[in-house]
Design a binder for this molecule. Structure first.
Ligand code: URA
Length: 304
């Protein structure tokens, strides 16, 4: 007679129940035993950069020399500290990592080269937890380039931007003005790797990805960039834009200067926001029509 199957261990049942509970609470990635405060990292890096700037402006103090803490930015022109970028533990990126990103981005002569360089780049901690590098989707010859924030869970799995619910809404909005990623639109994000749990990317993570997306824009050379949400507008425009909310920014013509060339840009609402706030679709629709008019009138500015 066959013996009875071994009953499932209560320990395994308890573990499975715990995982189910974590998943229901939205925990979809585990990182480390101890929490890492990325906001504090950004604040530390910013304070260090400010204190460097202040020190550069005042005459050198003989007793002021001290070793730089790990997260502190070196002054411009100082030899780059080696970026400890490829270990499997999360790093606090330094200005050297940003310089590495800048040098890599500048060395790319084609989109394929840029994509390969980003995929090989180990200086951004987000890569440690992401499944895929999300580079872009759409037609690289398109005159319309849309720039979003960062990949979410669906995009991380697919390795393509805007494939989840907000991407489906974006596709419908594009379709309504006669555009599509398969034909005449190109889509990318400021951030190339999914932030764990869909948290906001930190200032440092944005600073590391920025040289790559700027080079990507240069190589695409679009007639118009549409920023999807405030975050890409703030990350790439800087200046006054940083202080403004999307309700102020949207529908207002902006210029993004890269390597001496000025690109026309129009911020609008992020499709994820439109899913939560459908009343705002009216304004987003106006922005998309403005974009279409601009693109189809040889770059003449319609009233924004
Ligand atoms: N939101 C974004 O900003 N980008 C994506 O790729 C998906 C969702």
């Amino acid at each position: 007679m066959p013996s009875d199957p071994t009953p499932p261990s209560p320990g395994l049942d308890a573990a499975a129940a715990l995982f189910e509970w974590y998943a229901a609470m939205g925990v979809d990635v585990t990182l480390a035993e101890a929490p890492l405060d990325r906001f504090q990292e950004s604040a530390r890096a910013k304070a260090a950069a400010e204190s460097q700037a202040a020190r550069r402006q005042s005459p050198p103090q003989p007793e002021a020399r001290r070793p730089l803490p790990a997260a502190e930015f070196p002054p411009p022109g100082a030899p780059a500290r080696p970026a400890a970028a490829s270990s499997q533990t999360a790093q606090v990126p330094t200005e050297a990592t940003v310089m590495q990103a800048r040098a890599a981005a500048q060395s790319a002569k084609t989109l394929d080269e840029l994509k390969a360089l980003i995929q090989a780049f180990d200086g951004c901690n987000l890569k440690l937890t992401a499944k895929n590098t999300v580079f872009a989707d759409g037609n690289p010859a398109a005159k319309l380039m849309l720039v979003g924030e960062a990949p979410g869970r669906d995009e991380d799995i697919a390795g393509r931007p805007f494939v989840g619910r907000s991407g489906q809404l974006l596709d419908r909005m594009l379709d309504a003005i006669g555009y599509s990623r398969g034909h005449n639109a190109y889509i990318a994000n400021v951030i190339y790797w999914r932030p764990p749990g869909n948290r906001d990317p930190s200032d440092v993570e944005i600073a590391i990805c920025r040289p790559f997306i700027l080079r990507q824009i240069e190589l695409i050379d679009p007639a118009l960039i549409v920023f999807l949400g405030a975050q890409p507008a703030k990350a790439l425009l800087g200046g006054e834009a940083v202080k403004q909310g999307i309700n102020k920014l949207r529908g207002r013509w902006c210029e993004l200067e890269i390597g001496g060339k000025r690109f026309k840009a129009l911020p609008t609402f992020h499709p994820a926001y439109l899913l939560r706030t459908p009343i705002k679709k009216r304004e987003a629709w106006r922005d998309f029509l403005t974009a279409k008019l601009f693109l189809e009138n040889g770059g003449m500015l319609p009233p924004a």
